[in-house]
Design a protein around this ligand. Sequence first.
Ligand SMILES: *Cc1c(COP(=O)(O)O)cnc(C)c1O
Length: 225
Amino acid sequence: MIAKNLKSVRQRIARCCENLGRSPEEISLVCVTKEASVDDVNEVLGLGARDLGENRVQELAAKHKAIGDKAAWHLVGHLQTNKVRDAVKIASLIHSVDSVKLASQIDKEAAKLNKVQDILIQVNTSAETTKFGVSPDEVFDLLKEVALYHNINIEGLMTIAPEVDDPQLARPYFRALSELQNKINSIRNTRYPILSMGMSNDFEVAIEEGSTMVRIGRAIFGDRL
Ligand SMILES: *Cc1c(COP(=O)(O)O)cnc(C)c1O
């Protein structure tokens, strides 16, 4: 089942890119394993997957312990400051930085490990109060502050679109993130290459709007809830 699902997701990404004249290599596929067993995860690794995502540090640590560094680990969910140490030890990319306080903690822990931690700024493009992330207005100030930290490297932006039945309804939120990235890249000398957006229900729309990294769980591992 997983092999078939993964193949289908990869084909959908490729087809979508083909329609857009984009190269499928521009899109990183992060397999989100929060509903997957260690066996499931080993199966996708055997099929050539490399980027794995977890939304909780505890799960990230458990899976990392079982599987190790043959995968690149992504923390895609909210990060509390008291969990930063464990996250920094493991994660190659933290998708969810949304405050100076969190960034400063990441910088501190990364410095202890002699590591430069790659991060994304999470933007709450839909202004839902239930969602983490900075508002688009706050991004510039946060970037300015975070850029001062020596042990953090900003790679780009991340957003989670609202859950909607029709993926087309997620488009404005993806477009908002894409436009924000263009604005940042035109103002600053630095170019932030990554736009992490798109999940099982909406990844094609996200790719159409410029996503370079999709985070997919259920479409690969099935809906187990
Ligand atoms: C669970 C999760 C995903 C994957 O969602 P699916 O709908 O299972 O594809 C992506 N991003 C974040 C932040 C998540 O928590």
